[in-house]
Design a protein around this ligand. Structure first.
Ligand SMILES: Cc1ncc(COP(=O)(O)O)c(C=O)c1O
Length: 479
């Protein structure tokens, strides 16, 4: 029996969750969880793209978001190549929109554009970032269930490539804006396929109880309305079935349902495209096993080809909108450990101990554990240790008992104040969901590549935080 197998069959720590196996080496980096550029040097310290974590922490402070640029770019290129290849096999092409809500800054917008991707946006603020990045407006798409009139007007005015219509009233709003600006605006119509997916399962119903989009049954009338406006050009249906999806069956089922209506819509005019949304899952822990993107692309292509053949319609151009799968694994967060505390858990007489390792950030820089119970992986970053693995809970510094960064992890038992901790796969939906709770400034974001690091979003200072407080005399804070 090898060491890992022996440990897997050894008595479990009473507080360890089922999925978490005690590792033989609590310094090890499981490749699926960390960016390709994250390694340990000969002296055991963690480095990203050739820069030691300790150097990054010294230069930029902690907490610190670190993005492995080459890894993000590689994932974007692989996504585009996989879908181009598989859809090419069935005689069509793909447009990949990077879903900026996962993480957006002008730098990252340009990386994605350089890798041949378009950009998907969900607000006027995200649109402002994309325009400031110099992304060509025709490469941008805007969606959202309640776009303001000002957001619609700006989008049409700058010549946005596509707007995803989410309700009947938006058809009229976008048509009016396009008329005002003398443009023909390309639009998609967001629909609920009735398929809702998350991780391993998908649920398929006739109607979804959610705020986004229209029911499939209402599409023909809505599309007739779109087509009645000379200022609108209908591109096709749009659907997004969920997030952190590990398999391909939900996407295939959704595509099949959409193509039913797509075929019907072709009787009234052209429907050149079909947008299947994003949601491809990533590994946050060693227990996560998402289907490789090549296989998902192949399964989607097969489903689309089969459905189009059955219905006797041409295969449309496909669009997808991945966010998390491109930027999530490329990111990690560095924290400094401040306190380590053993807590006896359970009834009187219990000997079950949980070790709380508290770090200098928390739910303000990563809301996902508190929001969704999300799990993460952590490692000591400034050194390796030969100490036995100990079950720990990594906690933040906020005034909330739910302020947990990593619920369950095995770290070397000698983890101590002053150690640096790296939390993996924090590139998506961490910075973008961050807050100033307890008046913590949002940490900077640093991109690392080829042994060099640069700030791509600067961190907030105390002055930044105080600047918006209208009750403070400016003189008092600008020393
Ligand atoms: C419409 C739409 N497209 C794309 C995405 C991106 O999803 P993910 O980051 O899971 O790929 C989302 C996420 O919520 C979404 O709502």
């Amino acid at each position: 029996m090898d060491t890992d197998a022996a440990r897997a069959s050894a008595p479990r720590h009473p507080l360890a969750p089922e999925w978490l196996v005690e590792p033989a080496d609590a310094n090890g980096l499981v490749a699926s969880v960390w960016s390709a550029g994250t390694t340990r040097t000969d002296d055991g310290a963690l480095e990203v793209a050739g820069i030691a974590a300790a150097t990054l922490a010294e230069e930029f402070g902690t907490p610190l978001y670190v993005i492995d640029e080459a890894d993000a770019r590689r994932r974007a290129a692989l996504m585009r190549e996989a879908f181009s290849r598989e859809l090419g096999r069935i005689g069509t092409g793909v447009t990949v929109y990077y879903a900026g809500k996962a993480f957006l800054s002008t730098e990252v917008a340009r990386w994605m554009r350089d890798e041949g991707l378009n950009l998907d946006l969900s607000s006027g603020g995200e649109l402002a970032v994309a325009l400031a990045a110099g992304i060509e407006p025709e490469r941008l798409g805007l969606h959202g269930n309640n776009k303001s009139l000002a957001e619609i007007d700006r989008a049409v005015e700058v010549g946005l490539g596509t707007i995803v219509l989410d309700s009947l009233v938006e058809i009229e709003r976008v048509a009016a804006a396009a008329e005002r600006h003398g443009r023909v605006q390309s639009v998609r119509l967001r629909v609920n396929s009735g398929v809702h997916a998350h991780t391993h399962e998908f649920l398929a119903t006739a109607h979804e109880d959610q705020k986004f989009g229209l029911a499939l049954a209402d599409c023909p009338a809505a599309v007739a309305r779109i087509r009645s406006h000379a200022s609108l050009r209908f591109l096709g249906l749009h659907c997004h079935i969920g997030s952190q999806i590990f398999g391909s069956a939900g996407f295939a089922e959704s595509a099949s349902r959409l193509l039913d209506v797509h075929a019907e819509l072709l009787e009234g005019g052209p429907v050149p495209e079909l947008n299947l949304g994003g949601g491809f899952g990533i590994a946050y822990t060693s227990a996560d096993d998402p289907t490789p993107i090549d296989e998902i692309a192949a399964a989607i292509a097969d489903a689309v080809a089969e459905q189009c053949a059955t219905r006797g319609v041409p295969v449309p151009h496909i669009a997808i909108e991945p966010g998390r799968s491109l930027i999530g694994p490329a990111g990690l967060t560095l924290y400094e450990v401040g306190t380590v505390k053993d807590v006896v858990v359970g009834a009187a007489g219990s000997t079950s101990v949980r070790r709380y390792v508290s770090v200098d950030g928390g739910m303000s820089d990563n809301a996902r554990p508190a929001l969704y119970g999300a799990d993460y992986t952590a490692r000591i970053a400034n050194r390796s240790s030969s100490a036995e693995p100990a079950l720990v809970r990594v906690a933040g510094k906020h005034c909330e008992s739910g302020d947990i960064v990593v619920h369950d992890e095995f770290l070397p038992a000698d983890v101590q104040p002053g150690d640096l901790l790296a939390v993996a796969a924090t590139g998506a939906y961490c910075w973008s969901l961050s807050s100033n709770y307890n008046y913590l400034g949002r940490p900077p974001v640093v991109a690392v590549r080829d042994g060099r690091a640069r700030v791509i979003v600067r961190g907030e200072t105390e002055d930044d935080l105080l600047r918006r407080d209208a009750g403070i005399e400016r003189k008092a804070i600008l020393r």
